[in-house]
Design a protein around this ligand. Structure first.
Ligand code: SAH
Ligand code: SF4
Length: 344
């Protein structure tokens, strides 16, 4: 456990630095990454299988209130095929299945999808499907899902309530508690630069990761979408997102920290910068091309036009160009010993 005061001090000093001091923070985080999790960088995949959403989060471009967005749903067979191709042809070992909150996919359907994928592929499945009841998450865990990518979004309860009408941070945290009880591996985090978010909120976000026993920390800049109520606001900056990543590495030396698509969207070079500032994983978009541009949680998403093979190759090439090894799985995770890293 951390001493709260010391933690607060070191976080504050990390997030406030600028210029050469920020560069030094990034170098320190890179050194810590190397010493604690080594020179292996994991390349994971994400399949965005539906852009229908029943929720109305005011930051999100696929929320129910965006009437102009063409909506799509992948069939269970399409989702299984996309995962099968990614794992058995492209070597992925960890895939996130993500969607809006879409009740079209019943618990039975999701169970069937996860089971079928697990029958065909040796991989770790992460779910990123938003709020569902305990029963659903319990059944999906039994069906073979091993992780959840479920952000708390902001540790500021008032801001949370404002941005996610009808929901509360407390409920989100209760869901994360069940997910831990169900022995899901927890990937969580927040958006950086939300309107109304303070510097203290960001410190709170980083601190919260520890209490949630997160194994993967996911932080990305908020990017305003023109068809949302937050359209006119400034977005988060790449610099602040990089500082949050570096500070997270300094505080949680063993954490898996992916470079998020939102950070890549603010400039392709941020991918490399983040890998040199504490991040140790990449997430490649494996959504079939015909649906990509409509999974528009924010505009101009990085990788929207890259074919799956080209995107995978470029992620692998970047990792190698940094002198690191590529890993596709999770590594030593006791509940999934078969998923030891496969390096190539
Ligand atoms: N519906 C699920 C998963 C899909 S949304 C859920 O909400 O949990 C995945 C993530 O996209 C969210 O957790 C949120 O942090 C991020 N997101 C949504 N809108 C965004 C925006 N405008 N800028 C940056 N990230 C955004
Ligand atoms: Fe739906 Fe998730 Fe977007 Fe909220 S963040 S509107 S739950 S897809």
């Amino acid at each position: 456990m951390f001493c709260e005061d010391a933690l607060g001090m070191s976080l504050a000093s990390s997030l406030l630095v600028e210029g050469e001091e920020a560069e030094q923070l990034f170098r320190n985080a890179d050194k810590s990454r190397k010493e604690n999790v080594g020179d292996t960088t994991c390349v994971h995949g994400i399949i965005e299988f539906s852009n229908h959403c029943a929720k109305n989060c005011s930051y999100c471009g696929i929320s129910s209130s965006n009437c102009t967005l063409p909506r799509y749903r992948m069939s269970p067979a399409e989702i299984v095929d996309a995962a099968d191709y990614a794992v058995n042809k492209l070597g992925y070992k960890m895939i996130v299945l993500q969607s809006g909150e879409d009740p079209h996919y019943t618990t039975e359907m999701l169970e069937g999808i996860v089971k079928k994928i697990k029958e065909k592929c040796k991989l770790l499945v992460f779910l990123s499907i938003g709020d569902r009841d305990y029963e659903t998450y319990s059944r999906l865990r039994k069906a073979g899902a091993g992780g959840v990518l479920y952000r708390f979004e902001t540790s500021n309860g008032l801001l949370f309530k404002k941005l996610r009408p009808g929901t509360s941070l407390q409920t989100r945290l209760t869901h994360l508690k069940w997910m831990r009880e169900l022995e899901y591996m927890i990937a969580t985090g927040s958006m950086v630069g939300l309107p109304g978010q303070t510097f203290e909120d960001l410190m709170g976000d980083i601190k919260l990761l520890g209490r949630l026993e997160a194994k993967m920390a996911t932080f990305g800049p908020f990017i305003p979408h023109p068809a949302t109520p937050l359209a006119g606001n400034a977005g988060g900056t790449a610099e602040m997102a990089l500082k949050v990543i570096a500070a997270t590495r300094m505080i949680y030396p063993k954490m898996r920290i992916p470079v998020t698509t939102a950070l890549e969207t603010l400039g392709g070079e941020n991918r490399k910068k983040a890998l040199k500032a504490g991040a140790n994983a990449l997430m490649v978009n494996l959504t079939p091309m015909k649906h990509r541009e409509n999974y528009q949680i924010y505009p101009n998403k990085f990788g929207s036009k890259d074919d799956v093979v080209a995107a995978s190759d470029s992620a692998i090439a970047l990792v190698r160009s940094l002198g690191r090894r590529v890993c596709r799985g999770w590594g030593p995770w006791s509940a999934a010993p078969e998923l030891a890293p496969i390096c190539r």
